[in-house]
Design a protein around this ligand. Structure first.
Ligand code: SF4
Ligand code: SF4
Length: 177
């Protein structure tokens, strides 16, 4: 793999030590077999090792060992990960990639700042998508504005649709063996 940045990083700070110990604990489980690659949507789409589970594990190992400078390019590769954990089911070594990327992201996030605009965009997405009021309000406004925006943009705003019938709960005695 081409590691884009091989400059040594800052030594790990004390506050990171427990998280890094847990990170290292998971990293050593990876045998670099690559069996997870084809199950990873970002690798399939982008075709780059750096955007595969194995590539991100290389980065996180380099971060844990202080062998790579943590910068925006490292963060971008972690940002691109969808967190779907499809790689975990393909892994013969049982690497808990989800835990690993959570810890890695926290460390990288602490070290590399984001611009105010990017931080605000991420915050509003995180809060907006989780809030029925905010998301519902934005969608309602979008539907009103649909008639006034270019067709290309309007196509992305879904029409209102009634919810279907709620599925009935499965009865415990109805299962066949
Ligand atoms: S399948 Fe598991 S062991 Fe193999 S490269 Fe991926 S994470 Fe590492
Ligand atoms: S969590 Fe999903 S997107 Fe991220 S590395 Fe694993 S398979 Fe790829």
């Amino acid at each position: 793999m081409n590691t884009p940045n091989t400059k040594p990083g800052k030594p790990c700070e004390e506050s990171d030590s427990i998280a890094l110990a847990r990170l290292t604990d998971q990293i050593v489980e990876c045998i670099h077999c690559g069996l997870c690659l084809e199950s990873c949507p970002t690798y399939v789409e982008l075709g780059r090792e750096e955007d595969s589970p194995r590539g991100r594990i290389y980065f996180m190992r380099a971060v844990a060992e202080g062998k790579v400078e943590i910068d925006e390019s490292v963060r971008r590769h972690l940002d691109v990960c969808l967190g779907c954990r499809a790689c975990e089911t393909a892994c013969p070594s049982g690497v808990q990639y989800g835990r690993l990327v959570d810890i890695g992201r926290r460390i990288v996030e602490d070290r590399v700042g984001r611009s105010p605009g990017e931080a605000a965009r991420r915050w509003s997405l995180r809060k907006g998508l989780q809030s029925k009021v905010l998301f519902g309000g934005a969608l309602a406004l979008g539907r009103i504005a649909k008639a006034f925006v270019p067709a290309e943009l309007a196509r992305g705003i879904p029409a209102s649709r009634r919810a279907g019938t709620w599925p009935s709960p499965r009865r415990s005695g109805s299962r066949h063996h």
